[in-house]
Design a binder for this molecule. Structure first.
Ligand code: ADP
Length: 513
């Protein structure tokens, strides 16, 4: 046991050794990881905190529901916390590491079966370790007429982690949590709860009818630490007869207000059915370029520099990425509405004919059809050094909100010398500004600056009434505070009722017993 550097809180070395022996009996020696070398991937983080603050005590690889139950019994006996992960990528939100140190990462990636696929209803039942690539391959091999709603993070991540974190995809089924249906959850007690209709013996409706009877419980298990999800139902989008992606190019920074107003109305009326992304030029540039190769001035990239850089290349500052889906007739009619809506906006409407072959367009076009690629990983070369933290405030989908949050975000980032890289994900009534705070983790001063900057972003946006929809493991407590004391206390009461010893993911979303 001399490998251990971090013990679970209030657990002695001798007790931990006994617990490890019990985990090994359940999972086999190889699936209980305490040596530093094999633990390294579970420790590595991108967020702006030193690794030590999120160091796991070890990792456990479970391959069945029964093993998860047995692991929880040992955790309960020794009061050892576990941090469940599905595919464990969670890039820029914490990777596989826990919110507070000394937890055993419970790795479910080997539970990776696609258990059911109903081609009439478009429903699937998945284990946590299934990746988007696996689901796509399954569909392709059987030539099934369905699309997945892959996230920007591409093929490596999975629908279960994404849905539980309420992540974003870019097809009309892009709200991942909204398109989930039916969960199986192992509670801290070891009991197995099936939500929705799942508790009915012989039900066939678990993946097609969400609500069941009485309170709807599914939300309790998203972004929470109230249970460990071991199965999740998902709805898939039928492949449309016609798909027409388009881009509306805006040349000025302040055009974002107009772009949001027009896009929101088209979303509200159902003309644009997918999560429309109004992407900022710097974000798309960073997929393919290194900062040091194009920007040599001190401080953050300025609006003026960016305008001058983009103009000769005839590239826009903002691009509305959206698409039309449906029958040929419907898409033709919707296209007329889109042309009309943007005609006096100053934005230039572009399609495959003008943009085909452009790498940023090809990525967006694929994304809005749920296709997977690795293009967005280029972001990590922008500055290099492996630091990334997503700041994702949510607001009304209104033009003035876009202008206000763009200015606020840019001014805070600029104070610390970081760049504004991101975009607005526009829904019918709300939108999320997603900014990737990129920094060099290997430089301690920059790591510290990134930490301060991220805290400021949360605080200052919070003071203006903007919460974030999700956050990384370093800031969960701070974000929970924005949503008010009563929400926090209620979360804690539920936690105490379901997990009185606090063994599942303490600190997740700021919730502890
Ligand atoms: P992805 O690899 O798709 O990005 P992860 O597997 O890293 O997603 O999951 C993201 C986060 O969601 C985890 O850090 C954890 O807090 C939570 N989570 C993931 N899977 C489960 C699960 N099966 N049960 C409970 N919470 C989970």
């Amino acid at each position: 046991m001399n490998e251990i550097t971090v013990l679970p809180p209030n657990v002695s070395k001798a007790e931990f050794a006994r617990a490890i022996a019990e985990y090994r009996k359940i999972l086999g020696n190889h699936n209980v990881i305490v040596d530093m070398e094999r633990l390294a991937p579970y420790k590595k983080i991108m967020v702006p905190n030193p690794e030590q603050q999120h160091a796991p005590a070890g990792a456990l690889i479970a391959e069945s529901v029964e093993q998860v139950q047995a692991v929880l019994a040992v955790c309960s006996k020794y009061r050892i916390p576990v941090w469940p992960i599905s595919t464990g990528k969670n890039f820029g939100y914490g990777t596989a590491a826990p919110a507070v140190p000394g937890q055993m990462v419970l790795d479910l990636k080997r539970m990776n079966k696609i258990l059911e696929f109903d081609p009439v209803l478009g429903t699937v039942l998945l284990e946590p370790g299934v990746t988007y690539q696996q689901l796509q391959t399954y569909i392709d091999e059987r030539n099934l007429p369905f699309w997945i709603a892959g996230p920007g993070a591409g093929s490596l991540v999975g629908p279960v982690g994404q849905s539980l974190e309420r992540g974003i995809g870019y097809t009309p089924y892009g709200d991942h949590f909204a398109h989930s249906c039916g969960m199986e959850v192992v509670l801290a007690s070891g009991e197995v709860l099936r939500t929705g209709s799942g508790g009915i013996t012989n039900t066939k409706a678990w993946q097609s009818h969400k609500y069941g009877y009485g309170p709807v419980l599914d939300g309790l298990f998203s972004q929470s630490n109230f249970g460990i999800v071991t199965k999740l139902g998902l709805w898939l989008m039928p492949a449309p007869a016609t798909y027409k992606p388009f881009l509306v190019a805006f040349a000025n920074h302040e055009d974002i207000g107009k772009a949001v107003e027009i896009t929101q109305q088209l979303r509200l009326k159902g003309v644009i059915q997918n999560t429309a992304v109004i992407g900022h030029a710097l974000y798309a540039l960073a997929w393919f370029a290194r900062r040091a190769d194009i920007y040599t001035e001190p401080g953050s990239v300025t609006d003026e520099w960016l305008t001058n850089f983009l103009k000769p290349k005839r590239l826009p500052v903002w691009g509305v990425n959206a698409a039309l889906y449906g029958s040929e007739e419907r898409v033709a009619a919707d296209w007329k509405t889109v042309i009309e809506a943007f005609k006096d906006s100053g934005g230039m409407l572009l399609t495959q004919e003008q943009l085909g072959g452009d790498p940023a367009w090809e990525h967006g076009k694929g994304l809005m059809a749920g296709r997977l690629d690795m293009v967005e990983y280029g972001l990590y070369n922008w500055r290099g050094g492996g630091g990334s933290a997503w700041f994702a405030p949510v607001m009304q989908a209104r033009g003035f909100e876009a202008l206000k949050t763009m200015r606020l975000g840019k001014s805070i980032l600029a104070e610390y010398g970081f760049d504004f890289m991101g975009g607005y994900m526009v829904n019918p009534r709300d939108m999320t500004l997603v900014i990737d705070l990129l920094f060099d983790r290997s430089n301690p001063a920059e790591l510290q600056k990134a930490h301060e900057c991220f805290g400021r972003l949360i605080r200052e946006f919070g003071a203006q009434g903007y919460g974030v929809y999700r956050t990384n493991i370093a800031f969960m407590e701070q974000v929970a505070d924005i949503y008010g004391p009563v929400k926090k206390i209620v979360n804690q009461r539920i936690k105490r009722a379901l997990d009185p010893k606090g063994i599942i993911a303490p600190g997740k979303s700021g919730i502890r017993i």
